[in-house]
Ligand binder design. Structure first.
Ligand SMILES: *Cc1c(COP(=O)(O)O)cnc(C)c1O
Length: 457
């Protein structure tokens, strides 16, 4: 902070209002309420300009998995920036951090993954995906295989291609998306369905909406299927156990590439290195970002299985694609140190065997609250559904904004969780202690009470 002006909260807010356009923000609404200015962070807590201490139940934006205040990561970035702050990986060059990180990534991923293409974010990674899978089929002499199948309510990022892969209607409506050759099938969201099928059958039916679409389009036109192992931004949608094995069967049967978007689920969120490991799929491509650096610097990439990499290398010639910051040295140094921390402190095992089960147990208890219709959590990624009627699971009218009311109570009581409609989602850092988990759960219960009181007054 030394280099910044010392300003009061209201000065920051005023400057922010006058000069700063925020991502995913209704600015009129923001200007009425004013921005919350976050000034520092430590462990699992963030602090605002008024000195309020807030438990970050979202790990920033699903990324600060190793927690805040990690001097080892800061030191790794500083050391790398002193040595070589920037050089590119174009024109037959490379540098130690990009090479070392590529090597570490193949070590922690499934055996088919031996190569990685770097980007600067999850959105860029998914732009790379669109270009790479189409290139792959072109090189195999099947240029008609260009359609990528995704899912409704998926989130794959916000650039033109990534937002097209995503299945968010409001995003598609702004800017004429999706781009051609991207179609969307059903999501495996049992609670959000009419719930006439038992979850296992529902999972199979959701997977078969992929098969039906492949048959409708003709398998010879389908390049790939992309999905988040657990949909994050869509509301932490955990598919029934039957879903991913059936998707894998379908991809295998029709020879189409399986893309597992690991931007949230990668690097331990589900208690395994990747969501694909948790669900037992064998993807061909895995875009990643967020947790690879615990958010300390921006970095993304795509893990590329041999099936795809060998075609690109052996038959491809030059692939006219890349980013100035593909494999940025400081970002790679940060990722390397972050992966070392995950290993050294056994944080992924901790999510699987310790804090994951502990938080899950307490989270399930929130299901006893009169406002809660369902709770779900895998690893440290969970959601609860606010309902009007606990028996019928009827929801509140969307216009009431009950999720947002609850979210505002939460943050005003010192806990960040996110509202997706009336679904409250949670994804805390892996270093969360049992005590901090108790604090999270106590605050969640209290704010559900406050929400209920607000609704009945
Ligand atoms: C956040 C996210 C992205 C986009 O990543 P950015 O770094 O914001 O571009 C892509 N896919 C998933 C699953 C995400 O959660």
């Amino acid at each position: 902070m030394a280099a910044l002006e010392k300003r009061s909260r209201s000065e920051w807010q005023e400057l922010d209002k006058e000069h700063h356009l925020h991502p995913f923000t209704d600015h009129k609404d923001l200007h009425r309420k004013k921005s919350r200015i976050i000034t520092r962070a430590e462990g699992v807590y963030i602090y605002d300009a008024d000195g309020n201490k807030i438990l970050d139940g979202m790990s920033g934006l699903w990324c600060v998995n190793a927690g805040y205040g990690r001097d080892e990561i800061v030191d790794a970035a500083a050391a790398q920036m002193r040595e070589l702050p920037y050089y590119n990986n174009f024109f037959q060059c490379a540098h130690p951090p990009s090479i070392e990180l590529a090597n570490m990534l193949q070590e922690v991923s499934q055996p088919q993954f031996n190569r990685v293409f770097f980007s600067g974010s999850g959105s860029e990674s998914n732009d790379t995906i669109v270009r790479m899978v189409r290139r792959y089929w072109d090189l195999l002499g099947q240029p008609e295989r260009h359609t990528i199948i995704s899912r409704k309510n998926a989130y794959h990022g916000s650039t033109v291609a990534a937002a097209s892969l995503g299945g968010m209607k409001p995003m598609h409506e702004q800017g004429g998306l999706p781009i051609p050759g991207i179609v969307h099938v059903e999501q495996p969201y049992w609670f959000g369905s009419d719930r006439t099928l038992p979850p296992d059958e529902f999972g199979l039916a959701a997977a078969r909406s992929l098969e039906n679409k492949i048959q409708e389009l003709g398998a010879h036109t389908v390049a790939a299927f992309i999905g988040e192992p657990i949909q994050g931004a869509g509301g932490v949608i955990i598919p029934p156990d039957t879903y991913w094995p059936e998707v894998q069967r379908i991809c295998d049967e029709y020879g189409i590439l399986l893309i597992s978007d690991e931007v949230i689920t990668g690097f331990g969120r589900l208690g395994e290195w990747f969501g694909a490991d948790y669900f037992g799929t064998k993807p061909d491509l895995m875009p990643f970002a967020k947790g690879v650096t615990s958010g300390y610097l921006p970095l993304g990439g795509v893990l590329v299985a041999d099936r795809v990499a060998e075609v690109l290398i052996d038959r491809g010639g030059e692939f006219f694609h890349g980013y100035t910051y593909s494999g940025h040295p400081a970002a790679c140094a940060v990722a390397i140190e972050n992966l070392r921390i995950l290993k050294r402190e056994k944080l992924i095992e901790r999510v699987k065997n310790d804090i994951g089960p502990y938080l899950q147990k307490g989270w399930q208890k929130l299901g006893e609250h009169p406002l809660v219709g369902e709770t779900r959590m895998v690893g440290l990624m969970g959601a609860l559904e606010i309902v009007k009627d606990k028996e019928t699971l009827e929801r509140y009218d969307e216009k009431q904004g009950v999720g947002t009311i609850c979210r505002d109570f939460l943050v005003n009581n010192g806990l960040v969780m996110r509202a997706v409609g009336d679904t409250i989602v949670v994804a805390p850092p892996f270093i969360l202690s049992h005590e901090e988990a108790d604090e999270l759960l106590d605050k969640a219960w209290k704010c559900l009470d406050l929400t209920q009181q607000a609704l009945s007054s």
